[in-house]
Design a protein around this ligand. Sequence first.
Ligand SMILES: C[S@@+](CC[C@H](N)C(=O)[O-])C[C@H]1O[C@@H](n2cnc3c(N)ncnc32)[C@H](O)[C@@H]1O
Length: 265
Amino acid sequence: MFDANNTSNNNHSKGKVAIVGAGPGALDLITVRGQNYLKTADTIVYTGSLVPENMLSVAKADAEIVDTRSQVLEDWLPLVAERAKAGKTVVRLQDGDPSLYGALHELTVYLLERDIPFEVVPGVSAFQGAAARLQVELTVPELVQTIILTRMQGQTNVPTDEDLSSLASHRASLCLYLSAHHCKQAQEKLLEHYPPDTPMALLYRVGWDDEYVKLARLDEMVSLTHEQKLKRTVLYIISPALAGSPESRSRLYHEEHQHIFRPKK
Ligand SMILES: C[S@@+](CC[C@H](N)C(=O)[O-])C[C@H]1O[C@@H](n2cnc3c(N)ncnc32)[C@H](O)[C@@H]1O
């Protein structure tokens, strides 16, 4: 977590760790800053199950590459610390944006405890990649103005106050991560509040070469997931905004709406 008194990020005598969001998978959806880190890194520690390997094609020929897909944190955290302490630039490359479901907390606590400088480089999260792929705005005026990012409980506990049925009661644009395994329970909970014909988008590995994207109804969420035999890397978006409503129009660009950059004529 950010500590204003922590000046270690300016300590250049040590190596450094850059925790870089890779985006949803397309090679050109990483930030320029993120890619620059990849180009100069001595060590790249990446989540092989969620980041396409060819994203590493820009790395230095002699860069050390470590795939952590079958490792636990305790396997690779010491390696990151050791390399940084030896003066190396280490990149931890993880899918989407590091602030979402990426064990960022554990990593930053570990680095802070050891006084190892680090920087977090944001990435395009799966829900943003998905919205762009669907060419939709998830906050359509008069229709929906809130986005909920959540997940079903799996091995990670979800606080009871955040149970999907209570979140569904808002009928917001709801983006459901990490939930393909539990899609049956998810659909049941969502249907407690959303009408069965609410538009639902299922996106598997959006941005990858083998992506699968389908717009359907909420009550088709389970059948579609099972039909396609999808178990992981699926994002569901449930939202009235997916229906597209030509009547809805933002006030920001409305001729009757004046603001500082467009005063009344
Ligand atoms: C461990 S979480 C990490 C999320 C990531 N930090 C982000 O901001 O997108 C992995 C989950 O994100 C979603 N996800 C990540 N990349 C995706 C993609 N390319 N297409 C669809 N869903 C994706 C899936 O729900 C997947 O199970």
